[in-house]
Design a binder for this molecule. Structure first.
Ligand code: SME
Length: 167
């Protein structure tokens, strides 16, 4: 894995996502373990986007989401499906954007500095396997560009790291 992100850090959000999307094949492969790939994915996003305060995965374990690879401050380790932004995105299998987390009923605050959030559900063969959660200290940091690209990028990630073990 090689990611020289220095040149891309000053580009627009769109350029950053295009760079990640077009280089996914160089960053990820099914030779790496699932956890190693998710870990590097969080590092890649956190490195390129200074506005992301926390980037991580919650993995599906029965009716729970359990903390997976992440970059950022210590976070809660278990979220029931249906609870918080993560649990609601997992339940609906739809991306949720929260412009102001303080106005989102049932938001779970792991870092009191966080002000906005996006959660993208990730499916494998139609089954939910994890969610990608990204927080920002900036209000309204996430929009349709983030949703569109994070969905595309995570679909690509699953394709690239998919192997005979299923995930
Ligand atoms: N805010 C999330 C909890 C996870 S942390 O943001 C890392 C939620 O409401 O589900």
């Amino acid at each position: 894995m090689q990611a020289d992100s220095q040149n891309i850090k000053n580009k627009s959000k769109l350029d950053k996502y295009e760079y990640i999307l077009s280089n996914m094949i160089h960053f990820f492969s099914n030779k790496d373990t699932y956890i190693a790939s998710l870990a590097n994915f969080t590092a890649l996003l956190k490195d390129i986007f200074d506005s992301f305060s926390w980037v991580g995965f919650y993995l599906v374990e029965g009716n729970l989401l359990t903390l997976g690879p992440f970059q950022g401050k210590v976070a809660c380790t278990e979220i029931a499906i249906g609870r918080g932004v993560c649990g609601k995105a997992a339940e609906s299998k739809e991306t949720i954007i929260v412009q102001n987390v303080h106005l989102f009923q049932d938001h779970i605050a792991c870092d009191s500095g966080s002000n906005s959030e996006i959660v993208v559900p990730i499916l494998h063969n139609g089954d939910l396997i994890c969610v990608l959660d990204i927080d920002s200290y900036i209000y309204s940091n996430f929009d349709e560009i983030d949703k569109t690209y994070l969905e595309k990028i995570t679909i690509k990630l699953v394709e690239l790291i998919d192997n005979e073990n299923g995930k």
